[in-house]
Design a binder for this molecule. Structure first.
Ligand code: NAG
Ligand code: NAG
Length: 353
């Protein structure tokens, strides 16, 4: 994911229909948006087109989950706390004293309002900008898991950017070296989830399409992730733009390689039942390459029905897909058609084996 990092660039009616709209990895029609970086603002300052509130996007009945990016620094020089960046959102509030850590009461309220609509809200850790540098030791990874659980989960800390709001999980968009010890971090978070037990928490990751992913491969082999939002863009060989057509070859990095991910999950991932979502960019203006139209994205979705691990689409990012009229609606309807096929009679497995 590209973190645009332009700080200061610009300044419940659907309850009934949205009630069952949480991330549900037993289904194949999940629609996830990334929110927080105002990708649209990276090339256009038009006020009405800038990233809007989290709640604006989670009210869309087609959206099941939102991943908020990013927690983008582990250990700031100022105060030793992690840092968050949400571009044009969360401006105008005081930072936690002695730190550069933002306090974001409007996002906090929106998280709770979105959760009341049944939406799943993740905090995404990492991002494309090299503002973080991994873990020096297994003990550092373990301690960081406690720290962010206390900041965003059901633990407690003075330093809670979202106050009393409790996220539904953690997404690892690790794009920067070193890659060591993320499995320790995930292992500890899982233990904390188990000890809490009050709700289902998720661990997801956003690897690049090229497999093995240089940053996340080890963690995905050694730790329990629920799903990956594989970035099928920016890497021209394996991107959505390199799809070879319905029923075509997807088994190597030199073509759109969802099929390669699908078989990798069942052979090599720690969680052999991990789900794979196709992460796509909302336009070609916010990524280097890899954008496909809503019509083509829908055709690819229909083709992915043959893969057991397929569980939906993730989109980078909310601000940009909002100005790409009809994109979410059309892709979600393609996803719903996959679910319908999968449910027909007892033939669920026929469709992808
Ligand atoms: C957006 O506005 C800022 C500040 O006025 C300016 O520096 C920047 O060049 C503008 N960006 C675009 C893409 O228009
Ligand atoms: C942050 O810095 C402290 C002091 O150097 C260190 O003990 C800790 O492991 C670091 N945490 C992370 C997550 O890097």
């Amino acid at each position: 994911m590209r973190s645009v990092m332009k700080i200061g660039l610009v300044a419940a009616a659907l309850l009934a229909t949205a009630a069952n709209a949480a991330l549900d990895l037993t289904k194949r029609n999940n629609m996830v948006l990334y929110w927080g970086q105002n990708a649209h603002g990276s090339y256009d300052n038009t006020t009405s087109k800038q990233q809007q509130s989290l709640y604006t996007y989670c009210q869309d009945p087609n959206v099941d989950a939102i991943s908020i990016g990013f927690l983008n620094s582990w250990n700031a020089t100022d105060g030793g706390q992690p840092l968050v960046n949400f571009a044009n959102s969360c401006t105008g509030y005081e930072k936690f004293p002695g730190t550069d850590l933002l306090w974001c009461p409007t996002i906090a309220a929106d998280i709770q309002a979105c959760q009341l609509l049944g939406k799943t809200i993740l905090i995404s850790i990492g991002g494309y900008s090299p503002t973080y540098s991994g873990f020096a030791s297994p003990a550092a990874a373990d301690a960081f898991a406690y720290q962010i659980w206390n900041m965003f989960g059901k633990g407690w800390s003075y330093y809670r950017p979202f106050g009393s709001a409790i996220v539904d999980g953690f997404d690892l968009d690790i794009e920067v070296q070193p890659s060591q010890y993320y499995e320790k971090f995930v292992y500890r978070l899982r233990k904390l989830f188990e000890a809490d037990g009050s709700k289902k928490y998720y661990i997801t990751a956003a690897p690049q399409c090229h497999n093995p992913d240089p940053q996340l491969d080890t963690a995905l082999r050694k730790a329990n992730f629920d799903a990956v939002f594989v970035q099928f863009y920016n890497n021209p060989n394996c991107a959505a733009t390199a799809w070879t057509g319905k029923g075509g070859d997807q088994s190597s990095n030199s073509v759109f390689n969802f099929g390669m991910w699908d078989s990798w999950v069942s052979s090599s991932a720690f969680n052999k039942n991990m789900k794979v979502l196709m992460a796509l960019p909302a336009s070609n203006k916010i990524v280097i390459s890899g954008y496909v139209s809503k019509a083509k994205a829908s055709d690819i979705v229909a083709d992915l029905a043959r893969f057991k691990s397929f569980a939906g689409v993730a989109i980078w990012d909310a601000s940009e897909v909002w100005v790409n009229t009809g994109y979410i609606t059309q892709v979600k309807s393609a996803l719903n058609a996959v679910t319908a096929l999968g449910r027909r009679g007892t033939g669920f497995f026929r469709w992808y084996m």
